[in-house]
Write a protein that binds this ligand. Structure first.
Ligand code: S3P
Length: 438
């Protein structure tokens, strides 16, 4: 399927976003590990959460949808059944890494695998510390999926660890915190920079003894583990909102409001970066929902200038670089992204693919080992692009077309359904010139 973006229309109006992806994955998995019935409203229904839903079914967990309300019958860590076949995690690194942590705690034997794209992504970062904790686990030779977990003796606890993560990663942190639920003492994890802290917030709500000061998390398990079920309404996904925010900033005459968006400070780096570029972005109706900050975001078309992104800000906007790079391409002057080598380990090598595809649209962009430099002059030409099977690249490139001199055609755009099924219809409802063609 091709997605064609046509310039010329400004965008206006209000929109609510689907439930946040990171929160949806955690709420679903943690609910399965709790005892009793959990109710999750505004759960994200998309490709990456479908694989987690299917995986939990194969482990004997019952769930059902009533509209966008998800009801999960928690089995407890000791109630998960060994799956009959290998667990297919599709393109979802969150599913494979978080589920591995949960199965390590539960002592359930399983093989976890996924798409060719997922098999490219690094898994040593979870396997090495899990082995240190005494988990019988192996990745394939290259340190990638498939991951094989052997059975562990019933009631055999894992070794508590004090572990330094080599890279900041909420997926690795969450995997290890889940395994820590079955440890024989307090586990302490240190990160180079603070990554998203949804797990810490949610596990604390479920009764787990967990403390964090940002870069260090400490979990003291109680045996047997008893997690309280969840009753949550999930806020809108800030990582999906990112594309709409950039669309409004770059498209002349635009103003939009996005309602009930997750505004956890470990996720709002893009807003800071865009404001530093001169973007007019305001937040109203700030409140808290299910232990997370939320609010409404209003964005007005703005003249943007170049900026510098490095250090902790990189981690606070790790999924937003495709959208950010489009804003930088429309900015005036030089934008430098540094200390962001982790972008090479995402759904695609985002440094290489962003550079190649934005160049195809006329951008002046140079790739470096750990980032890229864009010399913007306020305009892009347009053209034909290939998002390389990366949902966020597909959405960012489509947004780039809304303000280009000619149309932008995104090939194989169905990949957008991995995280945001209503992306095209949402933008169309705001007046954007976008259409799908088979
Ligand atoms: C996620 C963490 C990030 C992010 C991913 C979701 C999570 O990955 O890129 O989309 O839900 O924990 P890393 O932890 O690998 O940085």
């Amino acid at each position: 399927m091709k997605l064609i973006s046509t310039p010329g229309n400004s965008i206006h109006g209000e929109l609510t976003l689907p439930g946040d992806k990171s929160l949806s994955h955690r709420a679903l998995l943690f609910a399965a590990l709790a005892h009793g019935e959990s109710v999750i409203d505004n759960f994200l229904m998309a490709g990456v959460t479908k694989v987690m839903l299917d995986a939990l079914k194969s482990l004997g967990v019952d769930w059902e949808f009533k509209g966008s309300r998800l009801i999960v019958q928690g089995k407890g860590l000791d109630g998960l059944q060994p799956p009959a076949e290998s667990i297919q995690c599709g393109n979802s690194a969150t599913t494979i890494r978080l589920l591995t942590g949960a199965l390590a705690a539960a002592g359930v034997p399983a093989v976890l695998d996924g798409s060719p794209g997922l098999r490219r992504r690094p898994m040593k970062r979870i396997v090495t510390p899990l082995q240190e904790m005494g988990v019988p686990i192996q990745a394939s030779q290259g340190g990638t999926a498939p991951i094989r977990l052997e059975a562990r003796l019933k009631n055999q606890l894992l070794r508590a660890v004090d572990y330094r993560l080599p890279v900041s990663s909420a997926q690795v942190k969450t995997c290890l915190l889940l395994a820590a639920l079955a440890a024989d003492g307090t586990c302490i994890l240190h990160e180079p920079q603070p990554s998203r802290d949804h797990t810490e917030r949610m596990l604390a709500m479920m009764g787990v003894n967990i403390q964090t000061d940002g870069r260090q998390v400490k979990l003291t398990p109680s045996q047997p583990t008893q997690l309280r079920p969840l009753h949550l309404s999930l806020p809108g996904d800030i990582s999906s909102a990112a594309f709409l925010i950039v669309a409004a900033l770059i498209t002349p005459g635009s103003q939009i409001t996005l309602r009930d968006v997750l505004l956890n400070p470990t996720r709002t780096g893009l807003l800071d970066a865009l404001r530093a570029m001169g973007g007019e972005i305001t937040v109203q109706n700030s409140s808290e929902r299910g232990g997370e900050p939320v609010g409404d975001i209003t964005v007005t078309h703005s003249r943007l200038s170049g900026t510098q992104v490095d250090g902790p800000l990189v981690v606070r906007m790790i999924d937003e670089f495709p959208a950010f790079a489009v804003a930088a391409a429309y900015a005036h002057g030089r934008t430098d992204v540094r200390e962001a080598a982790e972008l090479r380990n995402k759904e695609s090598d985002r440094i290489a693919v962003l550079s190649r595809e934005l160049r195809a649209l006329g951008a002046n962009i140079e790739e470096s080992r750990d980032g890229f430099t864009i010399q913007g002059d306020g305009a892009l030409r347009g053209g034909l692009v290939n998002p390389s099977g990366d949902h966020r690249l597909a959405m960012a490139l489509a947004v780039a077309g809304l303000a280009a001199q000619q149309t932008v055609t995104v090939q194989a755009a169905e990949i957008i359904g991995e995280s945001y099924l209503d992306f095209v219809s949402g933008l169309q409802s705001l007046g954007a010139g976008m259409r799908l063609e088979s």
